[in-house]
Write a protein that binds this ligand. Structure first.
Ligand SMILES: [Zn+2]
Length: 530
């Protein structure tokens, strides 16, 4: 059958009413900082008309300082192009990655979404923008599965489309109840709006009986850390290129690869693949097996070499690179962009013993030290103890410091303390200095530094392209330590912790595994009762 392009916008057919909303968070089980309602309120939490306003190309920014147009704008655009679709804003909430979400916060966000769904009247469909790596103590299933279940109950008869981050961890009840499922196809993620568009477009076409979504998915016993999973670099470039080409075939509605966020406590952690075809189960099964084989074949690609802090500083000191600008030391064990709290004190400890004459810029989350010195006069000197994030169990580091610039950056108070050649940015909130302006706000010129410590794997490089040419991954100890992936328990042999010959050995076990009710004595519960 020949298909003409205009049909693929979903035009024609009956009038539709589709609701849309979001609950989006990536959890790090090893962070002592719970992600509470304030964390959502600070970044993005909207309902009704205010949500509709930011979900248009001409309206305000959908995700405040992050991204002007994201999934919900893309979804609304798909509905406009299809014509004769009424879109109903439900509720939307997003916070930066952090510790697990307390149950009461999750309940509040889900009640907002469910109540808005019930109040919307008859809905033909609902689109939900979710992450896939949320964590909430006290639930009996993946949080996203609970969201889908309750929204479906609030909109009887509606068909559901879901989009996930490619760092989502797929569980049975996040996949099987939904009609349409798509995921980001770029890492770092720039394709939020196109992802929402694809979800909306396919949902509308399914509701108008133009396509028959037919799914196949697989789980792979594979958990890798960051640095290996950039879509446009080796080793994943070829896999993503092949997968994106699949959707040029009109028989294929979507192809998705999930390279999970490895720091949650999910019982069924592991990479996943998903293919949706137009009514062709054999094709879906064949393509999902091939996508799985292609992803699996990359599993032994070598990680970039990691240094200890001492090794990295020695290397900077000895090298000629200093003349070319600062060297970025990526704090692999305390990646705030992956949910770590940013209170690693190991760098300060090493530099306080021997700074090697290097001018070093170092962000540290230490709200107690910030509070103690915030009102101290500029130029005053103090003996202080740096402890990092409360509950993070970092080494206490004694320092002599001079109080320098005070600034509010991304809504959080930040205090510059100078310990000789080491310039500390003491932060009230987990620091995410992905832009060089973080340092200029503290009267520090990033180009003059020898060393800048970064709390992000890759995204920052877009902003630092003109500032730094050298980037060294450095390991110490923290919430996103790669060793945690090797030390945790898995229900099946897991690469690279264990030798696994074929992903097929445990695919079915992982796909059928249900979640145990998550224990309450997690760092979240401890922090709440402390
Ligand atoms: Zn992600």
């Amino acid at each position: 059958m020949i298909r003409f392009k205009p049909l693929r916008t979903g035009r024609g057919g009956r009038a539709l009413r589709i609701g849309y909303g979001r609950i989006f968070h990536e959890a790090c089980a090893h962070s002592p900082l719970p992600t509470d309602l304030d964390a959502f309120d600070r970044l993005h939490r909207l309902q009704g008309a205010a949500l509709a306003e930011v979900s248009t190309l001409s309206g305000g920014a959908e995700l405040a300082s992050f991204m002007p147009h994201a999934e919900l704008t893309g979804f609304c655009q798909a509905a406009r192009m299809a014509g004769n679709v009424t879109t109903i804003p439900l509720a939307s909430a997003l916070a930066v990655p952090g510790g697990p979400i307390p149950h009461a916060t999750f309940r509040r966000l889900l009640d907002d979404l469910v109540n808005a769904t019930k109040a919307a009247g008859h809905l033909d469909g609902v689109y939900l923008a979710l992450h896939g790596s949320m964590q909430v103590p006290g639930l009996d299933d993946a949080p996203e599965a609970v969201i889908i279940r309750e929204v479906m109950a609030a909109a009887p008869g509606a068909r559901i489309a879901v989009s996930y981050d490619l760092h989502g961890n797929l569980s049975k009840n996040m996949v099987e109840p939904v009609d349409i499922m798509v995921a980001y196809r770029s890492n770092p993620h720039w394709d939020l709006a196109p992802t929402g568009f694809r979800a909306g477009n396919r949902l509308i076409r399914a509701l108008r009986d133009q396509v028959r979504p037919t799914h196949a998915w697989r789980k792979l016993p594979l958990v890798l850390g960051g640095g290996m999973t950039i879509d446009f670099l080796a080793p994943m470039r070829g896999v993503f290129g092949w997968m994106k080409d699949l959707e040029k075939d009109p028989r294929v509605l979507s192809g998705s690869l999930f390279m999970v966020h490895p720091y949650t406590a999910a019982d069924d952690l592991g990479w996943a693949t998903h293919i949706c075809t137009d009514g062709d189960q054999d094709l879906a099964d064949r393509l999902v097996d091939e996508l799985s084989d292609r992803a699996w074949a990359q599993r032994d690609a070598e990680l970039p070499p990691m240094r200890s802090i001492d090794q990295a500083l020695d290397e900077v000191r000895a090298g000629m690179w200093r003349k070319l600008g600062p060297t970025i030391l990526v704090d692999v064990d305390d990646i705030v962009g992956a949910g770590a709290p940013g209170g690693n004190t190991h760098f300060a400890q090493v530099l306080s013993q021997n700074d090697r004459g290097l001018l070093s810029y170092l962000p540290v989350h230490d709200p107690a030290l910030l509070q103690a010195l915030w009102d101290a006069p500029t130029g005053s000197t103090h003996r202080v103890t740096l402890r990092g994030t409360p509950g993070y169990e970092m080494p206490a580091v004694d320092l002599s410091v001079e109080v320098s610039t005070k600034a509010t950056i991304n809504g959080g108070r930040t205090l510059r303390l100078d310990a000789g050649q080491t310039k500390l940015a003491i932060c009230e909130a987990p620091p995410l200095p992905i832009h060089p302006s973080f340092w200029t706000s503290l009267d520090l010129d990033p180009r003059r530094a020898d060393v800048i410590v970064q709390k992000n794997f890759f995204h920052y490089r877009m902003f630092y392209a003109a500032t730094a040419v050298r980037h060294l991954p450095v390991v110490s100890e923290g919430a996103t330590s790669l060793r945690r992936l090797r030390e945790r328990d898995y229900p099946v042999p897991m690469h690279p912790k264990d030798h696994v010959a074929d992903w097929r050995d445990s695919d079915r076990t992982l796909r059928e595994r249900s979640w145990r009710k998550q224990r309450e004595n997690t760092p979240v519960a401890q922090a709440a009762t402390a």
